[in-house]
Write a protein that binds this ligand. Structure first.
Ligand code: NAP
Length: 308
């Protein structure tokens, strides 16, 4: 698999998002998905202390087992993990406590990429970066990243890291896919300015970009978009209209919309790895195979026109 850089880390262009673990996948199913990912050459695994809460990290750590040193583990802190309001956010106190919980659950002595899940308006970024810098110096964390930051927040953090001589973010994680392209405006240019790699989340629009949903039909039972009204809201006329145009465009190139979902992301500036989620082993294998298409310059321009 093609690899790209995230600071000192090397990651394959397809990673595995692990937010289904501990929620829709039990421990045994999570292990099967991880095994399929390892078999397919996936080396980047993205989780969070808040997934499952805690179970995603536990299941992932166990499933990786003896393969731990062959992979890059990315996890996150900051989202609520229980009802205790002191167990969240980006204060130096919580950063230092949260990392030990993640290390314990993952069963590892270091986290390769430790990401702030959401900006915390109640804590100065200087404080968070200072605490993360201590974790890097202590060897608990290799690199640090942000998630759900705006372009302006990425600029501000880069400036503070440079000024204070502390660790700087090497990655950004944002909602980005063919149907949700807001991050192209400010986040990706900021990533380029400061050398951050982007790890787009919801890259398959929770499955809508895999071709398994049909306009006017109920979502297949057991799929994410069949789970509740919140997810079903993705099945809008507007989204289906674009999905149909994208499917036709991909078809005209002998590709599927799943291929296009990966190829389009991988053609964007600063793109590091597409951390698609999966609930079944065969989905991971399909995703790795789908990500082999690289758009030509002409195809990128045609896509820009199609997306408007
Ligand atoms: P996603 O990658 O857009 O969609 C994943 C879903 O798509 C899977 O659960 C599966 O749905 C379906 N799928 C995947 N491959 C498929 C295939 N080949 N054929 C058919 N269906 C397929 O969404 P995501 O997993 O939520 O996002 C990716 C990762 O980003 C997460 O796992 C998580 O690590 C991260 N994330 C981060 C944030 C943040 O705030 N930083 C937010 C959300 C997610 P079924 O469940 O129907 O099988």
């Amino acid at each position: 698999m093609e690899t790209r850089r995230l600071g000192s880390l090397e990651v394959g262009v397809v990673g595995l998002g692990c937010n289904n673990f501990g929620t829709r996948c039990d421990e045994a199913q999570s292990a099967k998905v991880v095994e399929a990912a390892l078999d397919a050459g996936v080396t980047l695994f993205d989780t969070s202390d808040s997934y499952g809460p805690g179970d995603s990290e536990r299941y992932l750590g166990k499933a990786l087992g003896k393969h731990r040193d062959e992979v890059v583990i990315a996890t996150k802190f900051g989202s609520p993990i229980d009802d205790d309001e002191t167990h969240r956010g980006a204060s130096a106190r919580w950063v230092k406590e949260a990392v030990d919980g993640s290390l314990r659950r993952l069963g590892t002595d270091h986290i390769d990429l430790y990401q702030q899940h959401f900006p915390d308006p109640t804590v100065p970024v200087e404080e968070t970066l200072g605490a993360l810098d201590e974790l890097v110096r202590a060897g608990k964390v290799r690199e640090i990243g942000n998630s759900n930051y705006s372009g302006e927040q990425i600029d501000e953090a880069a400036e503070i890291s440079a000024k204070q001589g502390v660790a700087s973010f090497v990655s950004a994680q944002n909602h980005l896919n063919l149907l949700e392209r807001g991050a192209l405006q400010d986040v990706l240019p900021a990533c380029e300015r400061h050398g951050l790699g982007q790890l787009p989340y919801f890259p398959l629009a929770s499955g809508l970009l895999t071709g398994k949903y049909t306009h006017g039909e109920s979502p297949p039972p057991g799929t994410r978009l069949a789970a509740n009204a919140y997810w079903a809201s993705l099945l809008s006329d507007e989204n289906f209209a674009l999905v149909e145009r994208l499917t036709a465009y991909a078809g005209s190139r002998d590709h599927t919309i799943l291929d296009l979902a990966f190829a389009w992301l991988l053609a964007q500036p600063a793109m590091a790895s597409v951390i698609a989620g999966a609930t079944k082993p065969e989905q991971v294998a399909a995703n790795v195979a789908a990500a082999e298409w690289r758009l030509t310059r002409d195809e990128v321009s045609e896509m820009d026109e199609l997306l408007g």
